[in-house]
Design a protein around this ligand. Structure first.
Ligand code: TRP
Ligand code: SF4
Length: 405
């Protein structure tokens, strides 16, 4: 598996511009991003071209949705000091790499991506028999590979796209990593490790390539990882040399599976705009109070004196996300014995949601009042992203023989 050493790992993820975000996004994705930004170099982007693959007939909402979404990212605690925030279409290198990768990607790989048929079925009212829709997972591969991202935080539904990305990267490296003099350059790089390490490295390589010993591969990788006086270029070469492929120009990313959010919608289904069961991060306290007060509860509790079963009640799911053990015990007991009413039971949930959202809403208001700052943050991110993307494309063009230097 061709991946670069951990210290070079970059995190990349994207979200389609769907407008204002809700608690499902917050608990499922954004909190995860906020944590990652302190540990890794992170790039987060608005996937506006991806939105066009399904909304090409009415793209009018894309631009406003983009700004609303970025405001919510910032309000949720994504910090422009730690992460780069940018817009896909402002970094045209994504499109260039997409075109180049399309040359080497077998049609069958795209037709077999599970989301392809699924989404066409699900969105029957739209004509998705387009070139762009078929190619969309490859565009996602370009999004990832153009930053040589090592880790891609995604939900379960996107794992197949990261898998496709790995296959495309492998194929690319296989086809174009065979630079002139690859063997000699690799041997020279091995020599730089010093006699003892070089011998150990070559032993492991032989054992892996001839006997398929995974342990030997791991040992050699760790050894390579720890070398101080070998350049990144030589390391990329040697990771390929070790595995028997060419130079690794596009490293294979790993999916970083985001655990499914425990945050349900108001009706107990997955929280989603299309179900109309959301609490938006910027709903007012009155709206939130009303939405939770009118949430359905265990249908068996018709009268105040009827005992209930929390397992059949979406409010209980909210307690699991928001309440202390003590309050949970109180709700469980009170529900089963009809000791409390549903209105009582919902009160601490309402309070907890409001407490959670208060600082987020305050920050959102500051950005709403100063959209110039939001745009400047994204302009900075666009530039930082382009700097990285430009370097990758230079390498890619060179490897494919169209650098015209
Ligand atoms: N396809 C993703 C979605 O629909 C969004 C996305 C586009 C993405 N490019 C990406 C996610 C690259 C991770 C990495 O949710
Ligand atoms: Fe649901 Fe609480 Fe009412 Fe029980 S008491 S049905 S858990 S809202």
């Amino acid at each position: 598996m061709s991946s670069l050493p951990t210290q070079h790992q970059r995190v990349l993820s994207g979200m389609r511009p769907t407008g204002r975000l809700h608690l499902g996004h917050y608990h499922g994705v954004l909190k995860n991003w906020v944590n990652l930004q302190h540990e890794y170099e992170c790039f987060f982007f608005v996937a506006d071209w991806h939105a066009l693959t399904t909304h090409y007939e009415d793209p009018s909402m894309i631009e406003s949705s983009t700004w609303e979404m970025v405001i919510d990212w910032l309000a949720a605690g994504i910090s422009p000091g730690s992460a780069k925030l940018f817009i896909q279409s402002q970094v045209p290198e994504h499109a260039e790499l997409h075109t180049l990768l399309s040359m080497i990607t077998p049609l069958g790989w795209l037709e077999r991506v599970p989301t392809y048929k699924d989404q066409q079925e699900k969105l029957k009212e739209k004509d998705l028999a387009t070139y762009g829709f078929l190619g969309y997972p490859l565009l996602q591969s370009a999004d990832i590979l153009v930053y040589k991202a090592g880790m891609v935080p995604v939900g379960e539904d996107q794992v197949a796209h990261v898998e496709l990305t790995r296959e495309v990267a492998r194929r690319f490296n296989h086809l174009y990593g065979r630079e002139p003099g690859f063997e000699e350059k690799s041997e020279q790089a091995v020599a730089k490790m010093g006699k003892k390490n070089a011998r150990m490295f070559m032993d492991c390589r032989k054992k892996y390539q001839e006997e398929g010993l995974q342990d030997s591969l791991d040992v050699a990788k760790a050894l390579l990882d720890s070398q101080q006086n070998i350049s990144i270029g030589d390391k990329e070469r040697l990771f390929g040399y070790l595995e028997g492929s060419g130079k690794i120009i596009l490293p294979e990313p790993q999916a970083l599976l985001t655990p499914a959010s425990k945050m349900p919608g108001l009706d107990g289904q997955k929280m989603s705009k299309s179900y109309g069961n959301t609490i938006a991060l910027r709903d007012t306290p009155d709206e939130i109070d009303k939405k939770i007060r009118t949430m359905p509860t265990d249908p068996a509790r018709v009268r105040r004196n009827d005992p209930g079963d929390p397992a059949k009640c979406p409010v209980w799911q909210f307690h699991l996300v928001y309440s202390s053990q003590e309050i949970q015990d109180w709700a469980l007991e009170g529900c089963r014995s009809a000791g409390i009413g549903c209105v009582d039971c919902k009160k601490p949930v309402i309070d907890a949601v409001l407490v959670e959202l208060k600082p987020i809403q305050e920050r959102a208001r500051e950005y709403e009042d100063d959209i110039g700052t939001v745009k400047a943050i994204v302009a900075d991110g666009n530039e930082a992203a382009r700097d990285v993307a430009r370097d990758t494309l230079e390498e890619v063009r060179k490897a494919m023989g169209i650098a015209y230097l």
